[in-house]
Design a protein around this ligand. Structure first.
Ligand code: ATP
Ligand code: MG
Ligand code: MG
Length: 552
């Protein structure tokens, strides 16, 4: 889908073009390269790229890299890869840090106009004097420094004469403003750190709230789309553009974030999961990162269908991950070949099948998509079935294999259980069955019916495989990013979020490549893992199970 559903931003853009206020729509996706992108970012990416595209405009990828301490090229590269993988192409690639000189000059302009001053108060003192929602703030004793003194001090801040935190540059607006963001916000701070792009050239860095509008204006962004928590920042955004006399005037619009229940997305929390070894990296298939979803086996199409469904509005509400699962199934349904895998093998010997003989059986690759054709699967005297598909003493309504009962082997024959072989501990190690050659799948046999159909793989031809089964990382089904506290969230981590089992797949899957996707009959959708899979030794990630009571 290459458009957005009806939404308020689209209406605004339509108006702006009609009135001539805007000639070409320019949007940007502005991640800070301090972590990997997550599903929430996918929504922001989709909104920016799709909206601009709908109006023949353009979108920039801009790294908002104004905080040298947390940023890294590793993140820059992963972000580029993720945006491309989602299927979007940026028209221009920018780094906010390329504008540091211009930003500095605009700050100097503010000083010259008497609209900014150097403050010697500490961060704590500044916070104390800022006031509250009900109480106005108080002026800093340094607020009335002369323009000359401010110019001199700011130049010396840049020159590295002061230590971190010793001085800041503040906008001079109104300490009594009902909007706390307008109470002389800090716009520059001292940070002696090496920047991934500018190295040691700078030791003062602009604050996000000041830098962002300037970045937008420099690039000619027309519609600066961000999430709702920036709404209160909009007056300062507009103040910055006006007072720094930027020739091009961007406008900020806010939409509701995408949050998923049972999921944390903040980079700080995700980083804790990575750093403390709860997951095996930012791209662990349990992570809500784009790279985690990719490794899990989720496709860009499923993600885009999901964010389309989530829509663009100012409404707040967390989405049930089952909604995402629904779109994953919908997307994989017609494109994933349907094959058989046994995750917990139990050997079955078909005693009346000739020893040493193998026949090839015809199996359709996708019953809902005939275009995917057929394949041949081997069948012989020994096969594996799922351990849970056999019970020695079954309850009523158990229609799978038990002594004396007959079931259908998918794509093969009816088999009947005659004997159970146990080891010294009394555990079932093998069962003996007979098959009925008359009942061959596709032969049109109607002589009698069986209630259960089970899957299997040929024991001698089957390929050993590892299966990695996932449960949600966070156990609380009602919790989301906003309700899960950073200090306690590791207690919510599900100790059973990963289960590794070993079983078998059909021989045709021996050379499955990383990112190949399959439906395993009765189990769910699986994706060949990019990290652990080796040629001839496939490792499969559970993407999503088949069962869902969820209906849109
Ligand atoms: P986090 O708070 O999760 O660490 P962030 O907001 O700091 O992420 P940025 O790199 O600053 O991450 O985000 C880039 C863009 O993505 C911003 O415009 C931001 O509004 C948007 N964005 C981030 N999270 C979400 C979300 N959950 N839903 C929609 N948009 C989001
Ligand atoms: Mg951020
Ligand atoms: Mg944030």
């Amino acid at each position: 889908n290459n458009s957005t559903p009806p939404n308020f931003i689209k209406n605004i853009i339509t108006e702006d073009l009609k009135s001539g206020k805007v000639q070409t729509v320019v949007t940007r996706f502005p991640p800070e390269p301090n972590g990997y992108l997550h599903i929430g970012h996918a929504k922001a990416i989709w909104i920016n790229f799709t909206l601009a595209d709908e109006f023949g405009g353009r979108t920039h990828l801009r790294f908002d890299d104004t905080n040298p301490v947390k940023e890294d090229v590793e993140y820059v590269n992963s972000i580029k890869e993720d945006v491309k993988w989602l299927g979007f192409e940026w028209e221009e690639l920018h780094f906010a840090s390329d504008y540091f000189e211009e930003m500095y000059n605009r700050a100097v302009l503010l000083i010259k106009k008497g609209k900014a001053y150097v403050d010697d108060l500490s961060a704590d003192q500044i916070r104390e004097l800022r006031g509250t929602l009900t109480e106005p703030g108080q002026n800093s004793p340094y607020r009335d420094r002369s323009v000359e003194e401010n110019l001199d001090l700011f130049a010396r801040m840049r020159a590295g004469e002061f230590k971190d935190g010793e001085k800041v540059l503040r906008a001079k607006i109104d300490m009594a403003s009902p909007n706390i963001n307008l109470r002389d916000p800090v716009i520059y701070r001292i940070v002696h750190a090496t920047h991934h792009n500018t190295g040691d050239k700078w030791c003062i860095y602009p604050m996000y709230a000041f830098a962002h509008p300037l970045e937008d204006a420099i690039e000619g962004v027309t519609h600066s789309l961000c999430t709702l928590e920036f709404e209160e920042q909009r007056p300062f955004y507009d103040w910055t553009i006006a007072e720094t006399e930027m020739p091009k005037v961007p406008h900020q619009y806010e939409f509701g974030r995408l949050n998923l229940l049972q999921t944390v997305t903040s980079k700080r929390k995700l980083k804790m999961l990575v750093d403390e070894g709860y997951v095996d990296g930012w791209d662990d298939p349990r992570m809500p990162t784009i790279s985690g979803l990719r490794r899990r086996g989720v496709t860009p199409e499923a993600i885009k269908a999901f964010v389309y469904e989530a829509g663009i509005s100012k409404a707040y509400g967390s989405i049930d991950p089952k909604t995402l699962e629904h779109f994953i199934r919908e997307d994989l349904k017609l494109r994933a070949p349907r094959t058989m895998a046994v995750l917990d093998p139990l050997k079955v010997v078909i005693t009346n099948y000739p020893e040493g003989q193998t026949e090839m059986l015809e199996a359709e690759n996708n019953s809902e998509n005939p275009e995917m054709g057929n394949r041949q699967i081997p069948f012989s005297r020994e096969i594996y079935i799922e351990r849970e598909d056999f019970m020695e003493n079954p309850p009523s309504k158990y229609f799978r294999l038990f002594p004396g009962n007959e079931v259908r082997l998918k794509h093969a024959y009816f088999i009947k259980c005659n004997d159970v072989i146990k080891n010294a501990d009394g555990n079932v190690v093998e069962i003996h069955c007979t098959y009925d050659p008359e009942t061959k799948s596709g032969s049109g046999f109607t002589g009698r019916k069986v209630k259960g159909t089970i899957h299997w793989v040929d024991a001698s031809a089957a390929v050993p495989a590892e299966f990695r089964l996932y449960e949600p990382l966070i156990m609380d089904e009602e919790a989301d990013e906003d309700t899960i506290e950073e200090k306690s969230f590791l207690d919510l981590v599900n100790p059973n979020s990963l289960t590794v089992v070993h079983g078998f797949v059909e021989p045709g899957l021996k050379d499955a490549k990383p990112q190949d996707k399959f439906q395993f009959f009765r189990h769910g959708y699986f994706n060949v893992d990019t990290k652990y899979s080796e040629p001839g030794k496939p490792v499969f990630n559970l993407v999503v199970s088949l069962k869902s009571s969820f209906q849109l």
